[in-house]
Structure formats: C-alpha cells, structure tokens
Design a protein around this ligand. Structure first.
Ligand code: SF4
Ligand code: SF4
Length: 426
C-alpha cells in the first residue's frame, strides 16, 4: 500500500469541512465545543484540516507543489487523533486517517520527514528501546520494593503480562500509576508478571511520525516475545501501547496468541466480579477525558488499499469496513468512577468516539508544543465548563499535556489518573 493508491479518495473529497467538527446534528451541543480537529481549531485555515492534508498530498503527488517547510508544518502540526476520519466516514467510505499516515510514511521514505524534533526520539528507540533516552536497566525501577514476578528470564510464568510502557516506566511524576496498578492486581489475586529491563517500546511513537521500518521491527519483536512468554493477556496502562497493540499490530499478519486489555478494563472486571470492592468515599466532582488511543484509534482500521469495485454499472464503491470509532474502551473508566462511593461525575460535550484530542499525540508535543498546549487548553476549558474539580484520564501523554495546560492557564482544576481515585477508594 502506498499514498498513490488513495488518489481516488483524495479526488473525491468535496471540501464539506465535516472533518473539522464532531458530527453535526444531535452530537453537537454548543458552538464552543463543536470543533473536533485541534489543528483546524488552532490554525483556522483549511490546509490544516484532514481535507487540507488530502489536497496537499494530491498536489504533491501531481507535482503542483514541492516539499516545503509549510507542507511539513501542515502535515506534522496534527496529533493524528483520527477525529477527521470518523467524521468523514459518517457519510463516505474515504480513509482519511490512512492517507494522513501514508503521507507521513512517504515523506520519511523520501528523506523529507519526520520533523527534526522527532529524530532524537527515533534514535532513542533504536539505541535504548525507549523514547526517553534512558538506560534499559532502569526500566523496571518503578517496581522497586514490590513483590511482582519477573517474566524476563523465562524462569517465572504468569497468565498476565503487565506491560507498563516507556512513559509510565521512566517519568518520575507518573511512575506511581504502575505501582498502584500492580498493588491493585496483587490485592485482587491476579497472577501477573512484568518484563522489567526486557520490556521494549511499543513503537507507537515511531509509527505515528511515519518511521515504518523501525515500527515493524519493534512490533514484530514484541509480538514474538509475548507469544514466547505464553501469557493469555497483555494488560497495559498506557493508551499509546494499548492503541497500537490492539489496532495496528494485528495488521502485520503475525500470529498473536494473547488478548490485549487496558488496565482499566481489567480492573473494572475485577470490581464487577467482587475481587475489588471500592469502599472509601471520595468526595470529588470529576469529568473524564477519553484518550484517542483508548478510544477511536484503538479500533482496527484495515486499509482497503484504495481499490474500488464498480456497482450499478458506474458507481465506484470501496471494499472497506465502516469503522466509526465505536469499538474503543469507553465503558471501563466510567464503570470504575461510578463504583467509587460519593464521587460526582459529569460528562463533557465531546466524549467517547468524538472526544477532543489533548493535542499531544502523533509527535505533536515534541515538534509543535504550542499546538499541543492550545489543544489541551481547549479541553481543560471544556472540563471546567462541567463544574468538575478534577479532570480524570488514563493516558500518560494526556496527563502530562493537561498538567502543562493547567500550569500555563492557571485553571483551577486537578488532573488525575482513574487509578489514583480507585486506589483512594480501596
Ligand atoms: S475529508 Fe471528508 S469530511 Fe473532510 S472535506 Fe473531504 S469529504 Fe468532507
Ligand atoms: S488527525 Fe486530528 S488533528 Fe490531524 S487533521 Fe485529523 S482531526 Fe485534525
């Protein structure tokens, strides 16, 4: 598959601008929070929308434009959040997300991309197996003092692999989240283990910026390692790992003898079965942000390759499954929050498959921090409009970016991980 295969999709775009907004009609509740594309919202210019990128891609393929700093700005000032894809698919069979990704892949393959800020991240994955330029032997440091099985040497076995991810493993302000999660698993009697220093990057960050060769190398290494461990489930706390394991790895065609589960899905099951019983009151009003990678981007979008069949004599129809983002992990965090005594919960306007991206993904936080901050500030404003005292989420990238926005804007709201609240209530 290549960008060129999607020429018909690019030509079929009717510039309706639906990809800039959450679907109109019953889903839009107010003009303040009708935007769905953070890039269009920040730049207020059509080129930055999903449609604008399709037009730019076609113009580049046809030789009408060259690769300029402006083109790279349009392509990479985007969190690859996929909202444009689900909004466009409401009325078409176009594969906007696939085209945005193929465009990045082609720019990288021809030596124009990714952005300079992405190169240290790519080198870090190549040299250290993580995105934070940290030594491998410090990867399991978050678990120091906890009694957890180490599956890395093949001597110990477990049914569940708890895969922590680069950011929760190394970020000192976030490593209490995997510690709390491991403590909750232990308390519920889960037979689990970790990989410690042998855990590798899931490779979602390199996939997102278009570095396909490195992505495939790491994805295949991870699949082989998970199969070799013989675990039934790979449970992860990180939205990025969850999204790529669930929606991108299966497209590589390798056998995957394990199920992928988000830690919150697993914990919600444990609450449902009575293995964990939240008892302590947590007197707090909260709202929840659905990260793109536990939500619409966790759904498998099997690319069609662009081929079309002729229906009714002349009507071109693509053989592609309608994927509208419904199959994300939306219920588990809400079930956990609902189980916590005394907690008050209100929804924002843009939720579930129409969640507004925090702005951090797709390499945007490192290359365009102003863009990431603008998207996060917009989302914090929406969270504030619910009257909540805390903005709850379950993704390390969202948490860091929201914390930056709260610091920058001085908004009187806390950013909290679902696991912290669940641990308090136990
Ligand atoms: S990409 Fe889809 S939603 Fe956006 S302008 Fe084109 S046809 Fe409309
Ligand atoms: S992926 Fe997200 S940020 Fe990028 S163009 Fe689409 S809606 Fe906008």
């Amino acid at each position: 598959m290549a960008l060129e295969d999607y020429r018909n999709d690019m030509m079929r775009c009717v510039r309706c601008s639906s990809c800039k907004f959450i679907p109109l009609g019953s889903i839009v509740k107010s003009w303040q929070f009708a935007y769905g594309c953070p890039a269009s919202k920040q730049m207020n210019f059509h080129s930055y929308s999903g449609s604008g990128k399709l037009i730019a891609a076609l113009s580049w393929l046809d030789g009408r434009i060259g690769v300029t700093p402006e083109l790279l700005d349009v392509v990479y000032r985007c969190s690859l959040c996929g909202l444009c894809d689900v909004s466009c698919r409401m009325g078409t069979d176009m594969e906007v997300y696939e085209i945005l990704h193929q465009l990045r892949k082609k720019l990288v393959a021809e030596g124009h991309g990714p952005m300079p800020a992405h190169k240290p991240v790519i080198e870090s994955v190549r040299n250290y197996d993580n995105v934070w330029v940290q030594p491998r032997n410090r990867r399991g440091r978050w678990a120091k003092g906890l009694s957890v099985k180490d599956l890395s040497k093949g001597k110990e076995k477990a049914e569940v692999l708890y895969f922590v991810g680069c950011t929760y493993s190394y970020a000192s302000d976030l490593m209490h989240i995997p510690r709390l999660t491991a403590e909750l698993f232990t308390r519920a009697g889960v037979d689990f283990g970790i990989l410690g220093a042998r855990e590798l990057c899931c490779a979602s960050p390199v996939y997102m910026v278009g570095q396909q060769d490195l992505y495939e190398e790491y994805a295949k290494k991870n699949i082989a390692m998970f199969n070799e461990l013989g675990v039934k489930k790979v449970v992860t706390s990180c939205a990025g790992c969850y999204g790529v394991f669930r929606s991108k790895y299966p497209l590589l065609g390798e056998d995957m003898d394990f199920e992928v589960v988000h830690a919150e899905e697993y914990l919600a099951e444990l609450i449902g079965s009575g293995a964990l019983v939240p008892k302590n009151k947590v007197d707090l009003s909260v709202t929840f942000h659905d990260p793109c990678h536990t939500g619409r981007m966790a759904e498998i979008r099997a690319p069609s390759g662009g081929g079309e069949e002729c229906h009714l004599g002349c009507l071109p129809v693509k053989n592609v499954e309608k994927v509208l983002g419904f199959d994300g992990s939306y219920d588990a965090p809400r079930e956990i929050l609902a189980a916590i005594p005394q907690m008050k919960f209100s929804e924002m306007e843009r939720i579930r498959e129409y969640s507004f991206c925090c702005g951090s993904g797709g390499g945007a936080k490192s290359a365009f921090p102003d863009f990431a901050l603008s998207a996060a500030s917009d989302r914090v404003e929406e969270a504030m409009s619910t009257g909540a005292e805390a903005l709850v989420t379950n993704c390390p990238w969202c948490e860091k970016n929201f914390a930056d926005a709260v610091r920058e804007t001085g908004a009187p709201i806390r950013v909290v991980d679902t696991i912290e609240l669940l641990a308090q209530s136990l």
